[in-house]
Design a protein around this ligand. Structure first.
Ligand code: PRP
Length: 210
């Protein structure tokens, strides 16, 4: 497996919270809280090399140099489950634009089915943060990245909570320019294309629809 383009975020809080998320007995409230904490840590890592530009400010005491983030940022959750990662990014970048891509994975074919998109144009200079907690076969992320590239996106980062090796391989082979920030590369996919050991269906568990 090619891990060259994947940053696997290691942190004690991530290890503890992944355990909470994986546990089938975790209730919806605890699942949401753990997801929110991990999302914050993933967001911190995903944003740690954001470009800055200097700016002049006046403090209550004197004039000083400060910094502004020097890129437009577009956050794109893949609906539904990707919504669980948006707030953590908006906490850091409250003026980011949020686009949406609606797709679900067909239970029989395991292929993504598109049902909605609302992505602004003019993505050439933006940093695009594509977010979805699960990268399984990679079909959804593949379609999403292709769509964003068609819209002009040149700087895409994909933030996901857990990956299957198969999905990570697919994305890093097809899109070597897209970096993947994740908390875990799990063992494999099972015959139903679920990540093993995984955490089940992140969207259903986050939204309480199981
Ligand atoms: C899940 C997950 C990803 C996709 C991953 O979505 O959130 O979008 O499947 O699978 P893939 O890598 O094989 O494409 P799901 O179909 O459960 O939809 P939901 O987010 O609405 O729950």
């Amino acid at each position: 497996m090619d891990k060259k383009h994947a940053a696997i975020v290691k942190h004690p809080v991530v290890a503890r919270d992944l355990t909470i998320l994986r546990n089938k007995d975790t209730n919806t409230a605890d699942f949401r809280l753990a997801m929110g904490r991990i999302a914050t840590i993933l967001a911190y890592f995903a944003l740690k090399d954001l470009p800055l530009k200097e700016t002049d400010i006046t403090t209550p005491v004197t004039s000083a140099k400060g910094y502004q983030i020097d890129t437009e940022i577009l956050i794109v959750p893949i609906l539904r489950a990707g919504l669980s990662l948006v707030d953590a990014l908006l906490n850091f970048i409250p003026d980011a634009t949020v686009g949406h891509l609606g797709m679900y994975r067909d239970e029989i074919t395991h292929k993504p089915v598109d049902y909605y998109s609302n992505i602004p144009s003019g993505l050439d200079d933006a940093m695009v943060l594509l977010v979805d907690p699960m990268l399984a076969t990679g079909g959804s992320a593949d379609d999403a990245i292709a769509f964003l590239k068609k819209k002009g996106a040149k700087n895409i980062r994909f933030i996901c909570l857990i990956c299957a090796p198969e999905g990570l391989q697919r994305i890093s082979t097809k899109y070597p320019d897209v970096s993947v920030i994740t908390a875990s590369v799990d063992e494999k996919l099972n015959d139903d294309a679920f990540i093993v050991p995984g955490l089940g269906d992140a969207g259903d568990r986050y939204f309480g629809t199981t």
